[in-house]
Design a protein around this ligand. Sequence first.
Ligand SMILES: [Zn+2]
Ligand SMILES: [Zn+2]
Ligand SMILES: [Zn+2]
Length: 198
Amino acid sequence: MNKNTKILIPEISGDWTERLRSGGTNIWNHALHGKPHRNGLPEVRLDPPETGLYAELIDGAWYWVSGCAKCNESGERWSYSVCDKHNVCRLCSTHRSKLTGTPWGHPDGFTCKPCQDAVDAIAKAEALARFAESEYDQHDFCSMDECKCPHCATGIHIEAEDYRDQNMKCDTCGGLFGLRIEYEPSFTTTVIGERVTA
Ligand SMILES: [Zn+2]
Ligand SMILES: [Zn+2]
Ligand SMILES: [Zn+2]
């Protein structure tokens, strides 16, 4: 398939302008919670004739078109619907069906577990080497503008809703550390009783 792939879907009316997707399945007149669609028409579910195709309404008729960024040579990284051939690890090209561990999502598709482990090991070694060069001492990890791992000095973003004292594990080096949230005092005043005037 490629960006010119366009296969008419004769069983779907061009008047049905709404289409849902559930995995690779395309659904028209979606019945919600067992109730028929408000247009009263029966729900129709179709799987594309080939993985990577999805239904698109073009000039009043429905067609199967390619949603695979690599097949379409679109230059985009993310596929709307990846084809079977391109459903592979972005680094070692292992097919998704051959994976032994849970893959990691990536803008270019996915990274298989062994490749991600290798990437993580390199990031850890680099962070620890930088740390050794920088000659930090404990004071460098006090009253910081951002949370940094005291083992490897990697910055760790903390969402405001997670601002609380807690024990953490660094994603980069695996080191354990305690985080304490500190607040600068600020001052608010309100008049009690009558305002004093001149
Ligand atoms: Zn493809
Ligand atoms: Zn891989
Ligand atoms: Zn660390």
